[in-house]
Design a protein around this ligand. Structure first.
Ligand SMILES: CC(C)(COP(=O)(O)OP(=O)(O)OC[C@H]1O[C@@H](n2cnc3c(N)ncnc32)[C@H](O)[C@@H]1OP(=O)(O)O)[C@@H](O)C(=O)NCCC(=O)NCCS
Length: 184
């Protein structure tokens, strides 16, 4: 058997087969422990409506990875709302996941790199993200991609009645974000 064909795409339109695959990948990742919002897999209908909703948000870009044509994971790049002029240099990365069957093959790395490339291309000089401290693989992933952890939040998430620490990361994409802050 030949090597699997891996493709990263910025999604313009989700066809119904894609919605189905994306729902499958997300559901499998949620059952394996989640880490990108959901604690329990929503119904199929809700899941598909969620992804359709993502496509409607103008400030979001959805990236997917396909393995031999099947969607195996995704990530979103989120731009700040127009009114947030003070943070217009900063985009964020959210909801990065890869289905358990496709992990450990560098797919998440490629997804995040694609989101980062778009952020640079769009002129952002800073990327922000946050993860639960319990998401060890995610922390390694982002740290290996040069994200710096700047702080933690003791009550970031609540899972089955327990408070879960969150870790906040940033990555400077261009030097203009590094100018000294003033108390404006
Ligand atoms: C985090 C996650 C997206 C990684 O997906 P993946 O495709 O397996 O990751 P990659 O193969 O691209 O690995 C990239 C790097 O991540 C780190 N990593 C991945 N899996 C790891 C693991 N189980 N333990 C430690 N580090 C791990 C490594 O640094 C790896 O780099 P290396 O291969 O050079 O060592 C996946 O485990 C996942 O979906 N987790 C649940 C969702 C989640 O936690 N999302 C983050 C919040 S947005």
């Amino acid at each position: 058997m030949g090597e699997a064909v891996i493709l990263i795409e910025r999604v313009e339109k989700l066809r119904s087969a894609d919605l189905h695959d994306l729902g499958d990948a997300a559901e499998q990742a949620i059952r394996e422990g989640g880490g990108f919002g959901w604690l329990d897999a929503p119904t199929r209908d809700l899941m598909e409506r969620f992804w359709r909703g993502v496509m409607l948000i103008p400030d979001r870009s959805l990236f997917i990875v396909r393995v031999d044509g099947v969607i195996a994971g995704s990530v979103q790049l989120v731009r700040p709302p127009r009114n947030n002029e003070a943070q217009r240099h900063a985009a964020s990365i959210t909801m990065c996941f890869v289905a358990p069957w496709a992990r450990g093959r560098g797919l998440a790395r490629r997804l995040v790199e694609a989101a980062e490339t778009e952020a640079r291309w769009a002129g952002f000089s800073l990327l922000n993200l946050d993860v639960r401290a319990t998401q060890i693989a995610a922390a390694h992933l982002f740290e290996s991609l040069g994200f710096l952890c700047w702080g933690s939040h003791p009550y970031y998430a609540r899972v089955r009645g327990h408070a879960i620490v969150g870790r906040y990361y940033y990555k400077v994409l261009a030097e203009d974000s590094q100018q000294d802050g003033t108390l404006e």
